[in-house]
Design a binder for this molecule. Structure first.
Ligand code: HEC
Length: 116
């Protein structure tokens, strides 16, 4: 049931995004991304193995993930507050910037198998 609503929610946002998204400005996204570098790295490769790499991630996925944190559909004590103040334009720009970076092609040098 929960998964069904999540999928419905994602597909609704995807449809909305297709018609109403602002144009992406990669350079503005780079400026805004200074807020993100402390954890996700200034090249989109996370500073710790417990944080996700964003470099080269799918642009649409990044938009959906950020909107989900901002709008409360995805919750995380550290990440959700980071997305609180983002506008739709910020999200589009940030997604375009991180998607444009070359993907990390090696496993993170820190512990690749965190204790669970
Ligand atoms: C204090 C550390 C920190 C900062 C700063 C931070 N993040 Fe995150 N971010 C995280 C963590 C930890 C996660 C994993 C959260 C989870 O498990 O849902 C995450 C997850 C994400 C994800 C989802 C990745 C995925 O694979 O699903 C995106 C997108 C993201 N962050 C973008 C950003 C952006 C854009 C900024 C700057 C506006 C930012 N983050 C700032 C720690 C941070």
């Amino acid at each position: 049931m929960r998964i069904t609503s999540l999928l419905l929610c994602l597909s609704l946002s995807a449809n909305t995004n297709a018609t109403t998204l602002p144009e992406a400005d990669v350079s503005a996204g780079k400026d805004k991304a200074t807020l993100c570098f402390a954890c996700h790295g200034n090249n989109g490769r996370a500073v710790m193995a417990e944080y996700p790499n964003l470099a080269g991630q799918n642009q649409a996925y990044l938009r959906l993930a950020l909107a989900a944190y901002r709008d409360g559909h995805r919750q995380h004590a550290v990440m959700a507050p980071m997305a609180q103040g983002l506008s739709d334009q910020d999200i589009v720009n940030l997604a375009a910037f991180f998607a444009s970076l070359p993907q990390a092609n090696t496993a993170h040098s820190a512990s690749a198998t965190p204790d669970l």
